[in-house]
Ligand binder design. Structure first.
Ligand code: 5GP
Length: 204
């Protein structure tokens, strides 16, 4: 069967641990590929161009918006982030499963354009835990901490726009759940019913 790949979109408030869960799932599976976004933010220590992000100027980013090179883009904490359209759509057409770890504004844009994607929302076990995880990163000023924490409260309400939620109380368990969701989605009958029937009929 020449099956299209699955577009897996993962979001959640900062500190919910979506990055850690995605990393764990990507390490376990060789049939899921991550899309590298473009961003105007400065690289952090250890981040690699073309691996973590394509680090580009605001001018270049704006040119790409004008030329409709993104499936979605959004401004997150004063920096622009966007998902390259052509690479992602080509890979899906070639049957590759693609994971996007993007913010909620971006995920909702993807949902409009590509509703057949699977949309997963990562939740922290509690708001207290979320706060201590954000503090634990040590990279926040008191103002940015407050900003991230209050936007986390607002963001959680968007869970109802997603297909699935995962409470990240333990990384292993959360990654197991994400794998189960992906596997179940790959086994959905709806789009493939004719191909499945044909495949078996051709055999007899
Ligand atoms: P960070 O700067 O910590 O790498 O990412 C900040 C936020 O931007 C995270 O919530 C991350 O999921 C989101 N993000 C990363 N890439 C993209 C993208 O291509 N599009 C959108 N909309 N958000 C992104």
């Amino acid at each position: 069967m020449n099956k299209k790949g699955l577009l897996i979109v993962v979001s959640g408030p900062s500190g919910a641990g979506k990055g850690t869960i995605c990393k764990e799932v990507l390490e376990r599976r060789d049939d899921i590929f991550v899309s590298t976004s473009a961003t105007t933010r400065e690289p952090r220590n250890g981040e690699i161009e073309g691996v973590n992000y394509f680090f580009i100027s605001r001018e270049e980013f704006e040119r790409k918006i004008a030329e409709e090179e993104f499936i979605e883009y959004a401004e997150v904490y004063k920096n622009l982030y966007g998902t390259p359209k052509e690479t992602v759509l080509d890979k899906l057409n070639q049957g590759e499963n693609i994971l996007l770890e993007i913010d909620i504004q971006g995920a909702l844009q993807v949902k409009k354009r590509y509703p057949e994607g699977v949309f997963i929302f990562i939740l922290p076990p509690s708001m207290a835990e979320l706060k201590s995880r954000i503090i634990g990163r040590g990279s926040e000023t008191p103002e940015s901490l407050e900003r991230r924490f209050s936007s986390a409260f607002e963001e959680i309400e968007f869970v109802n726009q997603y297909d699935y939620y995962i409470i990240n109380d333990q990384v292993k368990r959360a990654a197991d759940l994400m794998e189960s969701i992906i596997d179940a989605e790959r086994c959905k009958v709806i789009e493939d019913i004719e191909e499945i029937v044909t495949m078996f009929k051709e055999e007899v």
